[in-house]
Ligand binder design. Structure first.
Ligand code: AMP
Length: 113
């Protein structure tokens, strides 16, 4: 997979406001936040998108979700939040490194545009 802005953040080649890290994933604040809290949860393994997910990726994806819920709790998002994964051009994906958006801190509208 080609280097992306996110693989460069993992490699510390470009800066980010990192909130959490473990051996499988990195969590950092989105550079263009769409809510008072807007973080990105990314696997360190370079998976481009949901198009590339396989059965063997299932536990990693589960880990990303568990980490997201822990971060949401730490941020005090007790009245709710949203996890979003954009996939491909029609899904609005702009960075080809799989990521979960964690959005919270305000009431979010539905449906999205
Ligand atoms: P998506 O459109 O789902 O691919 O989301 C990509 C997200 O990455 C957008 O919300 C961007 O604001 C965010 N983003 C892009 N570059 C950076 C960066 N250098 N640091 C933090 N967030 C970034």
């Amino acid at each position: 997979m080609a280097a992306t802005v996110f693989s460069k953040i993992i490699a510390r080649e470009i800066p980010a406001r990192i909130e959490y890290e473990d051996n499988l994933c990195l969590v950092f604040h989105d550079a263009n936040p769409q809510a008072p809290f807007h973080l990105l949860i990314i696997p360190k393994e370079p998976i481009a998108s949901l198009f590339d997910v396989e059965e063997k990726t299932a536990s990693l994806l589960g880990h990303l979700v568990v980490v997201a819920t822990r971060i949401a709790a730490q941020l005090g998002l007790s009245s709710g939040y949203r996890l979003v994964v954009n996939c491909g051009p029609d899904g609005g994906q702009s960075v080809d490194h799989l990521h979960l958006h964690l959005l919270g801190g305000r009431a979010l509208h539905w449906p999205p545009g």
